[in-house]
Design a protein around this ligand. Structure first.
Ligand SMILES: Cc1ncc(COP(=O)(O)O)c(C=O)c1O
Length: 428
């Protein structure tokens, strides 16, 4: 069958498709796979208990249950949730926002599809692109553009923090905002690296966007005030030219597909139109399930006291295992400042990270090859073939064994290239 150009673009091999298919397959074969790929959050018992309670409350009230399953929400998203969230953000951060500044989408992935295509692509006066000021950046952005050549990205500066630790910074000297840039976008905390751009970096990007009259999109899927998987001292910022995207997924509700856009009313009204046209209305399940938590503000303490410490402990444990299994190798890990990924960099790796991914897959260990995380970066840079992303949110035994297998395969790859320097595993 011949598909349209739209069809061709959205059905060809995409990184995000491979990632989600691997994830789906791994969940089906849960027994035999070490799942360190995908972006699934952990099933944290206290969080699950809290949502089970919220669900029970709704089920016990016939009117609320009927509303949960029986009504479309407004195309902007569930009105009560939007009001409660606007109140919470005003109380917490003093931002001057009301319901006219918030729209919900069916997952924040959908929000990025809408936002990027609103702000870049074909314009009456020419073409515009999205600027990603720091590559590597979230894999999910890579394929959402309706036109080709959609992103421009910049290589980061690398700060070495220890024998095996590093951190990326925005290289402002290399960053130019040309007339064809429609918006700047960063994820903070960053997927895949766990980086948290410093407040100074964020403010500089915000000023740059303001100066050029374009939005700064901040992907806050892991940030504050929820799910608060952020280990550095930092505050989110919002102003009229900032589009803050949030999600209920990493809080523990990826199945409800709830994305949140906080922006000026013009952008919110555009998202509302797109919701109506593409899907009539966003799903309201996640919004209604978390409504009381948002109204009471309990969502903040749940994140601060349960979710953040849970992932922080997992991050520390993953670092310790990396050292145990790979201490003798030329490995680097990005300083985990948020989210729940280790971004591993194997300097001068003799095989590409795509080949490493395939070898690991043959050993039932799933990771995400680094290649996919550099949308828009045109220059050749060996670094992009030397990294992998590892999700450490899973159960401890799985993560430990997965990391052990990764160490074995990486050691084998170095050994094939320099047998004298790196004896292959099992060779004594
Ligand atoms: C940085 C980032 N942004 C956006 C998303 C999309 O999340 P969702 O569509 O589940 O809200 C993810 C999911 O992994 C993510 O890591």
């Amino acid at each position: 069958m011949e598909f349209s150009l739209f069809g061709e673009k959205f059905t060809r091999e995409a990184g995000i498709l491979r990632l989600m298919e691997d994830l789906g397959q791994a969940l089906a074969d849960a027994e035999s796979v070490y799942m360190l790929g995908g972006g699934n959050p952990a099933h944290i018992p206290e969080v699950q208990a809290r949502f089970r309670q919220a669900m029970q409350r709704i089920v016990e009230r016939p009117g609320e249950f009927a509303h949960l399953i029986g009504d479309y929400s407004a195309p902007q998203g569930d009105v009560a949730f939007i009001e409660a969230l606007a109140d919470l953000l005003r109380r917490e951060y003093g931002w001057p926002i009301g319901p006219e500044n918030i729209a919900l989408t069916s997952g924040s992935q959908t929000a990025f599809f809408f936002l990027f295509n609103l702000l870049a692509g074909e314009f009456r006066g020419g073409r515009k692109r999205i600027l990603l000021p720091l590559a590597p950046e979230y894999i999910g952005y890579a394929d959402v553009g309706l036109t080709e050549d959609f992103f421009v990205a910049s290589r980061p500066e690398i700060e070495y923090l220890g024998e095996h630790l590093f951190k990326y910074h925005v290289d402002f000297d290399a960053l130019t905002v040309t007339d064809d840039i429609g918006a700047i976008c960063v994820s903070r905390p960053t997927n895949p690296t766990g980086n948290v751009l410093t407040e100074e970096e964020l403010r500089t990007l915000s000023e740059l966007a303001r100066k050029h009259g374009i939005p700064l999109i901040v992907d806050n899927a892991y940030g504050l005030p929820f799910p608060s998987i952020i280990y550095t001292d930092s505050r989110p910022i919002w102003e009229e030219h900032i589009v803050l995207c949030m999600s209920l997924s990493k809080l523990g509700l990826p199945g409800t597909r709830t994305g949140i856009v906080i922006a000026n009313p013009e952008i919110i009204s555009a998202i509302t139109s797109l919701n109506a046209i593409v899907s009539l209305a966003p799903g309201s399940f996640g919004a209604l399930l978390s409504l009381e938590l948002v109204r009471s503000g309990e969502i903040i303490s749940l994140c601060r006291d349960v979710i953040r410490p849970y992932y922080w402990q997992k991050a520390q444990q993953a670092l310790a295992w990396l050292e145990e299994f790979m201490g003798d190798l030329a490995y680097y890990v990005h300083k985990p400042e948020g989210a729940f990924f280790c971004w591993l960099w194997f300097k001068d790796l003799p095989i590409t990270s795509l080949e490493l991914y395939e070898r690991l897959k043959r050993r039932q260990t799933l990771v995400v090859p680094g290649e996919y995380f550099f949308p828009g970066l045109r220059e050749a840079w060996p670094h992009r073939h030397e990294c992998i992303r590892v999700n450490y949110a899973g159960d401890a035994a799985t993560v430990r064994e997965g990391l052990r297998i990764i160490a074995e395969e990486v050691r084998r790859a170095y050994a094939e290239a320099s047998p004298r320097l790196f004896p292959a595993p099992g060779s004594g």
